[in-house]
Design a protein around this ligand. Structure first.
Ligand SMILES: [Zn+2]
Length: 56
């Protein structure tokens, strides 16, 4: 059973990301959308995908 990303509606192929409360998103995110959201949430910071665990 493949989960769909709440933002782009595509199948989540690798890791499923849980959105932050302040994003007001119901459901889970794919890594692409999560990276994009995190980039907007923390402007000016370059965050690598392998460090996303830090924000849970
Ligand atoms: Zn997505």
């Amino acid at each position: 059973m493949t989960e769909k990303c709440a933002v782009c509606k595509k199948d989540i192929v690798n890791t499923t990301y849980v959105p932050m409360d302040e994003w007001n998103i119901t459901g889970n995110l794919c890594s692409e959308c999560y990276s994009e959201k995190i980039g907007k949430h923390y402007p000016g910071k370059h965050i690598r995908t392998n460090r996303l665990e830090d924000f849970k």
